[in-house]
Design a protein around this ligand. Sequence first.
Ligand code: SAM
Length: 191
Amino acid sequence: MDCFFRNDAEFDWLYPEHFQLMSQKQWTPIAIAKKAAEYLAVSGAKILDIGSGIGKFCLTAAHHNPDSHYFGVEQRHELVHYAKTAKRYLGLENASFIHANFTQLNFSEFDHFYFYNSFYENIDQKNAIDDTIETSYSLYDYYTQYLHSVLKMKPPGTRVVTYQSLGEEIPDDFKLADLSFDTLLRLWIKE
Ligand SMILES: C[S@@+](CC[C@H](N)C(=O)[O-])C[C@H]1O[C@@H](n2cnc3c(N)ncnc32)[C@H](O)[C@@H]1O
């Protein structure tokens, strides 16, 4: 199954065409996912992708890091369906997908986190994946503050990777350990 992780086009081929077409804007590029996953892959860790879409980050991460388990939470049922289908096709045991709003999860069950600016559709509706979900500025604020408050409760050593995020969801006690890809990818650790 290595061939699917060689580049974005080969991976995106696992999905229907309309998801392939939105890949550049909505799904983490393979090279970014690999680098982010390497940082989060502490052995035996449970890693949560907050807003996992079609599962591109989790599946790439799971393929390259068999000793960690990658969970994705996603509010759109259709995307969870395609993420699970791709997972079965790729035979990856260390990836799981949950259909829920991330606010419904118990964050104490996860060790480290990946976040690709998932709430942005609330302030830029024209680039939304579809119109099945209610979006608003107040939801953007609510989700950002909610994520900030759950990260605030995590213990020292907790790692977070953000991609294309403004950083508003990161509490002050997280230190920037590294940044790359024109500063779009940021690796954080709680002190
Ligand atoms: C930019 S996409 C990133 C997808 C995936 N993390 C990746 O890197 O390929 C953001 C995803 O977050 C989901 N999302 C946004 N708000 C959410 C929420 N409150 N709870 C769960 N999922 C959410 C969206 O439906 C979308 O699929």
